[in-house]
Design a protein around this ligand. Structure first.
Ligand code: SF4
Ligand code: SF4
Length: 167
């Protein structure tokens, strides 16, 4: 889903100035493959084995990868957390092939412009893709969301409970 224009026009990347993006190991490997600088590496806040978030720039509230112009320097490689934003999810394994998802929504100009349903549809597709390949990524995301305090920010529970089946 293309959201750059709506985002940059309406709020000048407010989310990138207020949160620390959660990282899965897949996010880390993808970004690190093209940004192998010590600055990027030292910007990682790491807790336990696979729980990482991108730290803010020193002395600022901005994400390390937010440019002076308010654009993301790694947009095509951005973490899953940023790709789904302003949708969040919590995941629970029900059995071998079944998971339940609870959606959370952070209201912002993008939510208002597009509505919640297409954003959730986009998130569901992405999650289904990941579940087919590597479900652990989603649990890493969830752990890192607690570290980044992403779940504690002001957002609202989307009252639909969804189950996803691995194909
Ligand atoms: S996702 Fe929302 S908060 Fe973030 S830049 Fe876009 S409109 Fe702003
Ligand atoms: S990685 Fe990019 S999209 Fe994500 S918070 Fe940082 S600047 Fe924003």
């Amino acid at each position: 889903m293309e959201s750059v224009e709506i985002c940059s026009m309406n709020c000048k990347s407010k989310c990138c100035k207020s949160t620390q993006p959660a990282l899965t190991s897949n996010d880390f490997d993808r970004i690190n493959a093209t940004h192998q600088s010590k600055h990027w590496f030292y910007s990682i806040k790491k807790e336990e084995n696979a729980t990482k978030v991108i730290s803010k720039k020193e002395g600022q509230n901005n994400c390390f990868f937010l440019s002076e112009e308010g654009l993301c320097n790694i947009y095509d490689l951005r973490p899953l957390d940023c790709e789904l934003f302003p949708i969040f999810f919590k995941i629970e394994k029900i059995d071998k092939n079944e998971y339940s998802l609870r959606w959370l929504v952070w209201y912002c100009p993008l939510t208002e412009a597009l509505g919640i349903d297409p954003l959730i549809e986009n998130a569901r597709k992405k999650i289904e893709e990941i579940l087919e390949k590597d479900s652990e990524q989603l649990f890493e995301y969830q752990d890192a969301m607690y570290v980044s305090q992403g779940y504690k920010r002001k957002h609202f529970l989307y009252e639909e409970r969804l189950k996803i089946r691995r194909r």
